[in-house]
Design a protein around this ligand. Sequence first.
Ligand SMILES: Cc1cc2nc3c(=O)[nH]c(=O)nc-3n(C[C@H](O)[C@H](O)[C@H](O)COP(=O)(O)OP(=O)(O)OC[C@H]3O[C@@H](n4cnc5c(N)ncnc54)[C@H](O)[C@@H]3O)c2cc1C
Ligand SMILES: *[C@@H]1O[C@H](CO)[C@@H](O)[C@H](O)[C@H]1NC(C)=O
Ligand SMILES: *[C@@H]1O[C@H](CO)[C@@H](O)[C@H](O)[C@H]1NC(C)=O
Ligand SMILES: *[C@@H]1O[C@H](CO)[C@@H](O)[C@H](O)[C@H]1NC(C)=O
Ligand SMILES: *[C@@H]1O[C@H](CO)[C@@H](O)[C@H](O)[C@H]1NC(C)=O
Ligand SMILES: *[C@@H]1O[C@H](CO)[C@@H](O)[C@H](O)[C@H]1NC(C)=O
Ligand SMILES: *[C@@H]1O[C@H](CO)[C@@H](O)[C@H](O)[C@H]1NC(C)=O
Ligand SMILES: *[C@@H]1O[C@H](CO)[C@@H](O)[C@H](O)[C@H]1NC(C)=O
Ligand SMILES: *[C@@H]1O[C@H](CO)[C@@H](O)[C@H](O)[C@H]1NC(C)=O
Ligand SMILES: *[C@@H]1O[C@H](CO)[C@@H](O)[C@H](O)[C@H]1NC(C)=O
Length: 523
Amino acid sequence: MFVPKILFCLFIKCSINIKPQIVKLETCLQQANISYATQQSPIWSNLTAPYNLRLSYTPALVVLPTTDQQVGQSISCSAKESFKVQPKGGGHSYTSFSLGGQDGIAVVSMENFNEIEVDQTTFIAKIGAGQRLGNVALGIHEQGKRGLPHGTCPGVGIGGHATHGGYGYDSRLWGLALDTIFGLDVVFANGSIIYANETQNPDVYFAMRGAGDSFGIVTNFYMQTNEAPETVTYFTANLNETLKSIDQLTSAFLRTQDFVINSPLLTKNISFGFYTDNSGALSITGMCMFCNTTFFKETVFPALTEGVTPFPGSINITDLSWLDTLQVLAGADPLAEPLDGYNIHDTFYAKSVVTKEAEPLTEEAVRNFWEYIISKTNINTPPSFSIINLYGAQDSQINVPSPSASAYSDRESLWVFQNYGYTANHALPWDSRIIPLIDGLNAAIGNSQPTGNFSAYSKYIDPELTATQAAEQYFGPKTHDKLLRLKTELDPGFVFWNPQAVRNSGLLSLPPDELEDYQANYE
Ligand SMILES: Cc1cc2nc3c(=O)[nH]c(=O)nc-3n(C[C@H](O)[C@H](O)[C@H](O)COP(=O)(O)OP(=O)(O)OC[C@H]3O[C@@H](n4cnc5c(N)ncnc54)[C@H](O)[C@@H]3O)c2cc1C
Ligand SMILES: *[C@@H]1O[C@H](CO)[C@@H](O)[C@H](O)[C@H]1NC(C)=O
Ligand SMILES: *[C@@H]1O[C@H](CO)[C@@H](O)[C@H](O)[C@H]1NC(C)=O
Ligand SMILES: *[C@@H]1O[C@H](CO)[C@@H](O)[C@H](O)[C@H]1NC(C)=O
Ligand SMILES: *[C@@H]1O[C@H](CO)[C@@H](O)[C@H](O)[C@H]1NC(C)=O
Ligand SMILES: *[C@@H]1O[C@H](CO)[C@@H](O)[C@H](O)[C@H]1NC(C)=O
Ligand SMILES: *[C@@H]1O[C@H](CO)[C@@H](O)[C@H](O)[C@H]1NC(C)=O
Ligand SMILES: *[C@@H]1O[C@H](CO)[C@@H](O)[C@H](O)[C@H]1NC(C)=O
Ligand SMILES: *[C@@H]1O[C@H](CO)[C@@H](O)[C@H](O)[C@H]1NC(C)=O
Ligand SMILES: *[C@@H]1O[C@H](CO)[C@@H](O)[C@H](O)[C@H]1NC(C)=O
């Protein structure tokens, strides 16, 4: 991976001579009266335990600011002593980038930013960047039965979720979490605090919604909430019998794809995903919001799943209250989550494939994917799963904003495949068979349709990508090169850093040989 020379030198220096710099940083924080934890603090291991135990890093220290001003001073103190900075929200980064993605980073933990307040006139919710999705859902529902689109896992932090995307079974109707951001309080690399919205600091508003980790620290989100439905048509069915026949499976999936692209029965109110794994599971789960459940059950669901074989008695289509729906989707985790003391972990590696509306999956691509799944089922491989979510099709609200409206620029996705492998007990030691297993799974779909113009989703951030590959797959040249220009302007000292941060790549619009030159001479 390309690492700018200046950083390389910094880390050499750090590893030889780390102590005095940390002591100076501590002195600076003490003078500003800001709380922080060091390796000697009793809470250190809890503050720095990553969600993904496979990728552990040791930060220089963890700052625990309580105000926007303190966030600014935390950044200034860190930058003055040449520390790179990453904010930490819910800590669920797949690559542990909220711990820096490398040793020796100053982590700014946002756990003290936990306000949830819905304005009763505009129904815009002010949400502290240290909050977790379950608490947000409960808090806004309590204040006028409001709802926001977001993921299903209640422990995920709003900080990383809403700055990178944020998909849930409400997103075809309400958009991504990121699309509901009306404004943001942001602290820059130089410590100054600004408010950004569509018209005030529009470049910052653009960059933070999709590439926030490279540009600033959000302290508060202002998000436009929706009226939550009284009840939701929740649906699920076990389709595992279908895995017995690759021909049936392929044609059933293509039929569903045809349904979502062409049938007037597929309204934006419907979102769903398929779950499959290498123990022989296959299921569909989703919801229809503000729908007639009888009509959905009698007419829509049979058309959506035509061609598959549900396990007898497994179809469950039922009206649930909004909060019950969120709880059922959350599984065993309670919606109310502690801000500190969160102690759930996994040990895993994941990749994604984003397919395009203009290029529906071909029969060959679908067959390759399922053949790979079936070939790895019940043969003593480490556990893996794939989730295939419908993002696009017809009037999906995810694809309504212009690609140039935010750094999250993929407004033409159809399916998003998340391919995920983990150790059998979710703990270390790492099993080296997992990376090739998941690479193969991703390639089975990703390489099977060369004209598909597939990309990847930065939420399911992939540690195996170089910074340049990440830039290409998450942003594409146009968005990325605009971000690179803004990065140079807004963070000239490259304070906000992780291995895939904007500026660890280079201008993508350059041809490959010129790109290499550019990178070699970058610093
Ligand atoms: C169990 C699980 C379930 C998930 N389910 C879904 C899902 O259903 N849908 C979906 O779309 N995604 C899902 N994700 C992905 C998830 O949205 C991302 O991992 C997200 O980035 C996590 O946010 P966080 O605040 O918890 O993570 P963190 O690790 O704290 O942060 C992730 C990144 O965002 C940056 N960041 C955090 N806070 C801020 C801030 N205040 N300002 C600027 N940058 C910040 C960090 O520096 C880091 O680079 C899931 C992840 C897990 C582990
Ligand atoms: C320092 O912060 C503490 C709370 O963390 C506060 O009680 C105290 O008054 C502050 N001191 C100064 C000098 O600001
Ligand atoms: C952005 O914020 C400014 C200051 O609060 C406000 O005047 C302006 O109307 C806002 N713009 C939009 C599009 O809401
Ligand atoms: C399919 O699921 C059912 C219900 O969970 C289970 O009993 C059955 O064994 C599964 N079939 C296969 C082939 O895994
Ligand atoms: C979809 O949801 C909207 C509310 O957002 C509702 O008005 C509409 O009737 C729903 N449409 C269908 C087809 O269920
Ligand atoms: C719901 O759909 C069923 C079946 O199509 C229909 O009979 C019923 O009238 C619908 N109910 C409402 C309230 O529209
Ligand atoms: C259907 O799913 C809901 C939510 O998980 C559950 O409460 C209900 O018992 C299920 N119904 C049946 C018949 O399995
Ligand atoms: C803190 O970490 C220890 C071990 O690292 C763990 O046993 C404990 O449960 C954690 N506590 C909280 C509140 O997360
Ligand atoms: C591939 O997608 C990008 C945007 O995601 C688009 O600009 C480009 O035209 C597409 N290329 C082809 C060959 O479709
Ligand atoms: C901090 O950086 C921002 C963005 O580049 C700039 O607008 C602002 O003037 C800077 N503030 C100071 C005090 O230098």
